[in-house]
Design a binder for this molecule. Structure first.
Ligand code: XMP
Length: 325
């Protein structure tokens, strides 16, 4: 029978046998896969592992800080923090098309990753949180025809993006490759990952960048981050988090008229997108209790400067998508 303890033990033995005294690079994203991966590798090979966390500036409020704190203070796993916020904002200046945003973010991520791997390297191996379904999907494309070994041609993590340049084709360490998502969660839990990582809602690689429609600016990012935090706080506080597949805020690049005190306002609307789903392929808008919606709306309009209206998205998927871009 499969137990997490036996899995962890086998994985550690296997990693040591494969890696020997070589160095391994890992891109940490904050999700359960890369977090579990980092923990296993650190346990197996200690400081032969280098974890790098590239902060694109599109994560939810407090998440980069929490991730660093968890790894460094609780797990005692060093993490190379790369603040690439300005760089991503600059690369995206004036860009409004959703696919163009994704392309630029993917491209920029690969460039930063490449630079960091040169700065911190050289590395022999790249650790990836490949799961069993990913192995099946990429069965023939990721195998080196000469050695039969799986090689990295893409960076997985949560940035399902862009190809790696030819000279950066590391050999892979993929200790999670026989697991399904629910098994990774069990392993993650057994090694002490907090529930907020183990049970985290899906979060897109481009993050908040695709939840600001139109141009991404520092001001809009701040507004969205603050509004999004309120959505999460109210949902968490009422124990509703696990009833939904995802729950988040979207910022629209238009302004409408409102009134606060006796002042006319002219500001952005925030859309609440709260959905139920089994697998993300289809989804329904969640019947969130009115009093919860009321509190979220009041808090956002009162606490987030730059917002004067909150609307609730009542579109299922299909025909809508979960994200707005
Ligand atoms: P849609 O919007 O297509 O979303 O209904 C389905 C699921 O995929 C997530 N999503 C993404 N994840 N990069 C990602 O890593 C992306 O560009 C991206 N776009 C959507 C979305 O959050 C939902 O869980």
């Amino acid at each position: 029978t499969w137990t997490t303890a036996a899995f962890v033990e086998d994985a550690i033995r296997e990693i040591r046998a494969k890696v020997g005294n070589k160095r391994v690079l890992l891109a940490l994203s904050g999700g359960v896969d890369s977090s579990t991966l980092a923990f296993l590798l650190h346990k197996a090979i200690g400081d032969q592992l280098t974890c790098v966390f590239i902060d694109q500036g599109f994560m939810r409020k407090y998440e980069p800080e929490r991730l660093l704190k968890l790894f460094q203070e609780q797990f005692h796993i060093p993490v190379e923090y790369v603040n690439a916020r300005d760089r991503f904002l600059t690369a995206l200046a004036g860009v409004t098309d959703p696919e163009e945003k994704r392309r630029i973010i993917g491209h920029e991520f690969i460039r930063v990753f490449e630079e960091e791997s040169k700065r911190l390297g050289p590395f022999d191996y790249l650790a990836q949180g490949t799961l069993y379904p990913d192995v099946i999907e990429s069965a023939d494309t990721n195998v080196d025809p000469q050695t039969g070994e799986r090689v990295a041609v893409k960076i997985k993590s949560h940035h399902n993006v862009g190809g790696l340049p030819k000279d950066l084709r590391f050999k892979l360490v993929e200790p999670l490759r026989k697991l399904f998502k629910d098994e990774v969660r069990k392993v993650g839990r057994s090694i002490g990952l907090p529930e907020e990582i183990v049970q985290r809602h899906p979060f897109p690689g481009p993050g908040l960048a695709i939840r600001i429609l139109g141009e991404i600016t520092a001001e809009r990012l701040k507004i969205l981050r603050d509004a999004d935090l309120i959505v999460r706080q109210e949902i968490n506080q009422r124990g509703l988090y696990h009833q939904y597949w995802q729950a988040f805020a979207v910022l629209l690049p238009i302004k409408s008229v409102g009134v606060m005190g006796d002042q006319r306002t002219y500001a952005y609307p925030i859309v609440l997108r709260i959905i139920t789903s089994e697998d993300g392929m289809t989804a329904d808008w969640a019947r969130v209790p009115y009093d919860v919606l009321e509190v979220i709306s009041n808090r956002i309009v009162n606490e987030v400067k730059g917002v004067n209206r909150v609307v609730y998205d009542i579109t299922s998927k299909p025909p809508g998508t979960i994200e707005w871009e």
